[in-house]
Ligand binder design. Structure first.
Ligand code: SF4
Length: 392
């Protein structure tokens, strides 16, 4: 039986290398972003609010803020990562406080519905072989047969209704709720975007949930079959707890530890500098070749000749009036391809894009893979991309 959680699935989708560090090698770097820390503290305060209400204790707004501040100080660690250097620990703390105050004012006295569960720890069987962790911030029942899954979001981006109607996390949890409470006629998904003081809702049909169940199982199977966990660079790398040991960034951290002298002598630094310099020369040379080619074409036309002779070489200038078809980056390319297909000329005249095929290989279906495996040779592919080190 394979057990997954929503965060396990989304970590794999975000970056397979991060998934490997966290879930396979189980590396604990002890690093946490301040955004995650602040979110955790806000969740603790709201959990306390509803937990105490179950014992008829209604915290005051200030009482809850005091609890939040105490938790913040109790759990704060010096290695908590602040990526946005223009903001301090206090700025984040105040932001969390504002979210709790806004929530408190909006829902006080918190009697809109009955709270059934807080920070649930259930597992839902997606199939005989797969189960998923159901961790609901707050499960509530506004009326008989209706359940609400409440989720607190502390991040600074507000999702659109369209995105929420396709969101996986709460939809998966709603399967768990239906299983746990067979009387559930309706399950409403409720997001509290605390930074915006905004509540948004969505629901799913039985058919949508069944389709989602199949998609999640297929994603789990893809993860199980994976044996190469490639790093996927994105703006989220700055918040990743594994950045210092990640193959994409490790060398940067190594060089940052060095003195200017050691930095200059580092083999990696020297190789990159040499490569960049040669690529620059190559660019210049290609530009010069292009320029001289144009001059040769013009000169041969003026002279009315097809062959030009130098000291040791000659250049033949071949020309023919021909039609030029849309290239790979041309917007008319698709129309061009369709026309070739209609004429049965597609296979004959369009080059196979090997690089794209090699990159996309894992996403092909099993039959396509089987056929193509026989035609290709298993080997490690290398490409070098030269980039400028902007802002590093
Ligand atoms: S730093 Fe970026 S690429 Fe590396 S593991 Fe983390 S998310 Fe993936």
């Amino acid at each position: 039986m394979v057990t997954v959680s929503h965060s396990k699935l989304s970590t794999f989708e975000q970056c397979p290398q991060k998934y490997k560090f966290g879930y396979i090698e189980k590396i604990d770097t002890g690093i946490k972003s301040i955004e995650a820390f602040m979110g955790d503290m806000v969740h603790r305060a709201l959990e306390k609010l509803y937990k105490d209400l179950k014992f008829e204790k209604l915290n005051t707004e200030q009482g809850l803020i005091d609890f939040y501040n105490e938790e913040w100080e109790k759990h704060w660690e010096e290695n908590i990562l602040i990526v946005k250097k223009q903001y301090t620990k206090e700025n984040y703390k105040d932001k969390g406080e504002r979210m709790i105050r806004d929530y408190y004012k909006k829902y006080h006295p918190f009697n809109q519905e009955t709270t059934i569960g807080l920070e649930t720890q259930w597992y839902y069987d997606l199939s005989e072989n797969h189960k998923i962790h159901v961790r609901i911030d707050r499960l509530a029942a506004p009326e008989e047969g209706t359940y609400e899954i409440h989720d607190y979001k502390t991040n600074s981006s507000l999702k659109t209704q369209e995105e929420l109607d396709k969101d996986r996390q709460l939809a998966v949890y709603s399967m768990g709720v239906k299983k746990q409470f067979p009387d559930a006629k309706k399950v409403i998904l409720v997001w509290h975007f605390l930074d915006f003081n905004k509540e948004m809702r969505s629901t799913r049909t039985t058919e949508e949930l069944e389709e989602l169940r199949r998609e999640v199982i297929s994603l789990i199977e893809t993860i199980e079959k994976t044996d190469e966990y490639l790093p996927r660079q994105s703006p989220l790398c700055d918040y990743c707890e594994f950045k210092q040991i990640c193959p994409l960034w490790k060398h940067l951290y190594i060089t940052e530890e060095k003195t200017v002298e050691e930095f200059r002598k580092d083999d990696g630094v020297k190789l990159v500098d040499e490569y960049a310099s040669l690529k620059e020369k190559e660019k210049n040379i290609l530009g010069q070749v292009e320029e001289i080619s144009e001059k040769i074409k013009k000169y041969s036309e003026q002279l009315g000749v097809k062959n030009l002779f130098g000291s040791n070489n000659s250049v033949m200038v071949w020309s023919k009036a021909a039609i030029k078809f849309p290239g790979k980056s041309d917007s008319e390319r698709q129309k061009f391809k369709e026309a070739l297909k209609a004429l049965n000329l597609y296979e004959k005249y369009l080059d196979v894009d090997n690089w794209a095929l090699e990159k996309d290989f894992d996403s092909l279906n099993e039959i396509e893979k089987q056929v193509l495996r026989k035609l290709g040779k298993q080997q490690k592919i290398y490409r070098l991309y030269l980039k400028e080190r902007k802002g590093l």
